[in-house]
Ligand binder design. Structure first.
Ligand code: BT5
Length: 326
């Protein structure tokens, strides 16, 4: 842990109780002078750290900004996801940054956030709107021991982790639309872009890109998607603290990544199906130029959607755009 994340962890653990500079410096293993310098730097970023002469320091307010040390301090120990966190003010796409890290041989689990993306993307080269400071736009590097045809399991794990974190942190009830959309009241609030580098029957690495509309107002969405998209702020009626949500999501992702790659995919798939508005419905799925219509029955053991067509065949679908047929 860095000095900044140790300071923030110590202050958070102390809560309302002030902690003296000498005690904190000793706990962290730095001099009082070094501690003071780091406290001043955190204050300059917007962390309100009160100091009373005889009592010590207290953390009284945190800014709504993504700061790697703060996220690390909130996250504590995770097995894989988020053990290395990097934050950029602006990138083209966080998936590009992580792809480069992957090719440079960086260990799995690194999470890269950007306050804004100039070329955020969805599937099939679509644009992902990513305005400054309003959302969580991030990507994670994974090196799972899965076959390429099992990669949908990771999209399933991400959607399940996202809905659980949003339920617990923001008290909203999101739904999942297969394979990668998280919706509230039928409008899209988050999407997952799973990009894969594979060789024959082994995955080299996966870049899991996640976009969550946190504090966007309706006017932050371009007119063409305003009717289709929403944000947590719009749905809840008040702003949502992004750092707390980001760390909750990383924690849930770490948990569900283990479930997806271990022996626990069945229970993960069951949890996913409970949140999913696609299963049990008549749907039309666009796969490339082909349109397939039928009833979405369930997920198979690798995360593909099983669709019962009108001819009674069971089709196994690994990707596509779903529309509910009413
Ligand atoms: C997705 O694609 O839903 C995947 C989105 C992944 C975005 C993250 S952000 C961090 C990482 N870095 C990236 O560059 N990407 C990932 P898809 O299912 O193809 O949906 C794209 C469609 O959603 C667009 O064509 C729009 O209609 C709509 N859309 C665009 N921006 C949106 C937003 N901010 N919120 C809701 N819908 C949006």
């Amino acid at each position: 842990m860095t000095v900044d994340s140790e300071i923030l962890s110590t202050l958070r653990a102390a809560g309302e109780r002030p902690i003296s500079g000498a005690d904190m410096a000793q706990k962290i293993g730095v001099s009082v002078g070094v501690l003071r310098r780091h406290v001043d730097e955190l204050r300059a970023l917007g962390y309100e750290i009160q100091a009373s002469p005889h009592l010590g320091y207290r953390l009284t307010r945190v800014p709504d900004l993504l700061h790697a040390d703060d996220l690390l301090s909130r996250l504590g120990k995770t097995t894989v996801i988020g053990r290395d966190i990097r934050v950029f003010q602006e990138t083209t796409s966080t998936n590009d940054v992580v792809d480069k890290l992957a090719r440079d041989g960086v260990k799995e689990g690194v999470a890269v956030f950007a306050e804004s993306q100039t070329r955020g993307r969805g599937r099939l080269g679509r644009t992902w709107v990513s305005p400054l400071g309003k959302g969580l736009w991030f990507s994670i590097l994974l090196r799972p021991k899965l076959r390429p045809d099992q990669v949908t399991q990771l999209t399933i794990a991400s959607a399940t982790a996202l809905t659980r974190a949003i339920r617990h942190q923001v008290d909203l009830r999101p739904e999942i639309k297969w394979p990668n959309d998280v919706l509230i009241g039928g409008k899209k609030v988050a999407g997952v872009l799973t990009e894969l580098s594979a060789e024959l029957d082994t995955i080299k690495y996966v870049v899991l890109g996640i976009g969550i509309d946190v504090n966007l107002s309706a006017s932050d969405f371009p007119p063409e998607i305003r009717k289709l998209a929403t944000s947590l702020r719009i749905e809840r009626g008040q702003p949502v603290q992004r750092p707390a949500l980001a760390s909750a999501i990383l924690r849930e992702l770490d948990h569900d990544y283990r479930r997806a790659t271990g022996q626990d995919f069945d229970s993960l798939a069951n949890e996913w199906e409970e949140q999913c508005t696609t299963i049990g419905h008549e749907v039309q799925i666009q796969v490339g130029t082909r349109k397939i219509r039928g009833r979405a029955e369930s997920l198979d053991s690798s995360g593909a959607l099983l669709l019962r067509t009108h001819h009674g065949h069971l089709e196994r679908i690994i990707g596509g755009d779903v529309t509910l047929v009413r």
